[in-house]
Design a protein around this ligand. Structure first.
Ligand code: HEM
Length: 450
């Protein structure tokens, strides 16, 4: 009998290639897209524009203190579309579809590292299709329209609780709560356990930062011969352990006693004729709770900022509620909550004028593609009547395109229909806070008055 599929085992020691051809676009920039602090001010749209104009396929230097080579950084809509639509040439499996680097071996959190790899975003071919198929029934129109009834009631309850306050942190009181509720309904997570998911999400958003910060501290301490406190990293590790223990326990119980929910479907899915390995159970758990929460949550909060900065568009939406679907697409285009995905070349190829050899890393910046003037006129302008707003790539495109898109759009629509009816004046009231993270645009605080 063959071993259960484990991509993390297969790729643990993969060596990726340096660029094998001369750069086609001559461009120098001090911008470092691996500097997490850069993203606490929002996405670096000015720098993305320069890159797209000067070098839409830009050879980005490696991450500091990392063992892997640099990567091709893509910022144009056409190039990202091309790469995403050709999974044979641009693999999601041989170097993951998500991670800029597999990282130094001594830095890999044993469970988090494996589970960040062993899930369907990092599969090619039939393996991917087979696992994706198991998820599909929970995103079909009939399922989503039944779910909408519950989501609508939850939105009302959250707004009822907000109303007497007159002001609050919108992330805490609303944006964080709704996606957890919706996802828990799809997954079949008991109500009492749901608050834990909120805490785990906050830690996951800070995961990149905590690891980089610890590395920096250790480097400084080495120079000064001091010992470094591991308090933060220990707390982080404990939280991650708790999250995986919970995931394994609930998936194992759904394997024994399946119900009509997505966790039961995942627990009983098969790859190459075998049930998912423990690593794939962890990975599928991590993917679904992260992908299903964070993305919608940050769009919910980001839309408040857009409405605050664009009062004319807010009024237009209130006057013409039929613009709601396009308003949502325009919000997603402008916010692009998932900032990048990654692919690895499988053979000699060319993107734009740039030749590439096999084994080279590619990072696709969706936020940059979504402000490409070749597709979107006045791309930095928030225009809820934009005719092609839905041509954005924020959900990805091609075979890995977001499976949760209908659920995300349904939640956003239910939320903003009710929010604008009850609190038409809702606006930002103070500074937002964004986590140092270059994978998701993670808004942690959004003070609002209404
Ligand atoms: C505004 C909200 C959302 C955005 C912007 C978003 C974005 C994305 C992106 C960019 C991808 C990768 C596409 C690629 O590699 O080509 C993706 C995949 C995925 N998303 Fe979402 N997502 C959102 C909401 C959701 C929700 C609500 C769920 C689940 C309830 C979800 C579940 C998934 C899953 C499971 C995948 C993997 C699909 C595959 O590999 O075939 N997402 N999403």
């Amino acid at each position: 009998m063959s071993k259960p599929v484990s991509i993390s085992n297969e790729i643990a020691d993969t060596k990726f290639s340096e660029k094998q051809y001369a750069v086609a676009y001559d461009f120098k920039t001090p911008i470092n897209l691996t500097d997490l602090d850069l993203f606490t001010k929002g996405q670096p749209h000015k720098e993305f524009r320069e890159m797209r104009e000067q070098a839409p396929i830009f050879w980005h230097p490696p991450i500091a203190n990392d063992v892997e080579p640099g990567f091709w950084s893509l910022t144009s809509h056409a190039d990202i579309l091309k790469v995403s639509s050709d999974p044979k040439t641009f693999s999601s499996q041989i170097g993951t579809g998500t991670m800029m680097t597999l990282g130094r071996e001594d830095r890999r959190h044993p469970k988090l590292w494996r589970s960040a790899i062993d899930h369907m975003l990092n599969l090619d071919g039939d393996l991917h299709i087979n696992l994706r198929r198991e998820h599909m029934p929970f995103f079909k129109p009939n399922y989503v329209s039944d779910l909408r009834i519950k989501v609508s009631a939850k939105v009302t309850a959250l707004l009822d609780a907000m109303e007497p306050k007159g002001e609050c942190n919108f992330v805490h009181d609303f944006a964080q709560q709704l996606p957890i509720y919706t996802l828990s309904e799809i997954l079949g997570i008991p109500e009492a356990d749901r608050p834990k998911l909120v805490t785990w999400m906050e830690f996951l958003e800070l995961a990149q930062y905590i690891q980089v910060d610890q590395m920096k501290k250790e480097k400084d301490a080495e120079a000064s011969n001091e010992t470094v406190s591991t308090e933060m990293i220990d707390m982080f590790n404990n939280m991650i352990d708790e999250m995986f223990e919970y995931g394994r326990a609930i998936l194992n119980s759904k394997r024994k006693n399946p119900e009509d929910d997505l966790l039961s479907a995942i627990a009983n899915a098969e790859l190459e004729g075998q049930q998912l390995s423990p690593e794939f159970l962890d990975g599928s758990w991590l993917l679904i709770i992260f992908a299903g929460n964070d993305t919608t949550r940050n769009t919910l909060s980001g839309a408040i900022k857009l409405l605050t900065e664009n009062p004319d568009q807010r009024q237009k939406l209130i006057d013409q509620p039929e613009l709601m679907p396009n308003f949502l697409q325009e919000c997603i285009r402008m916010i692009s909550p998932v900032m990048h995905m990654r692919r690895t070349t499988t053979c000699e190829t060319q993107v734009g004028d740039q030749l590439m050899g096999p084994g080279e890393k590619i990072v696709m910046w969706y936020g940059a593609a979504n402000r490409d003037p070749a597709i979107f006129t006045n791309p930095d302008m928030f225009n809820i009547e934009r005719e092609n707003a839905d041509k954005h790539l924020a959900f990805g495109i091609g075979r890995h395109t977001c499976v949760g898109k209908p659920v995300a759009l349904m939640q956003l629509e239910e939320s903003y229909m009710q929010i604008l009816k009850r609190f038409p004046e809702i606006h930002m009231h103070g500074e937002w806070k964004v986590a140092p993270n270059n994978f998701v645009h993670a808004i942690q605080e959004m003070p609002v008055k209404f």
